[in-house]
Design a protein around this ligand. Sequence first.
Ligand SMILES: [Fe+2]
Length: 99
Amino acid sequence: MNGNASVIAICQEQLSAEGAAIIQYAFHHEAQEVWGYAKLSDETFKAAREEMGHFAKLSSRIVFLEGVPVGVVKPDVTFGATIEEQITLDAALEEAAIE
Ligand SMILES: [Fe+2]
């Protein structure tokens, strides 16, 4: 199937956002574990895995449309220096993905 270039571009844009989310959640998951927030760390890891599923489905869809998935992360990933900052950053990432 030969996909529409604009549809592939939209999928690629979303793929980049999913990649950013995976990395940011992974950073925060690891920090939360080190800081002793085991339960929060587990939840953050679940969020990272969920984003991995979205990433995989989008890359599959791009290939199905005969595009080539590109591993660019966008927006830039930000590491939160505190739990509060991490939650705020993760929420902002989710809100940006919805827009
Ligand atoms: Fe996602």
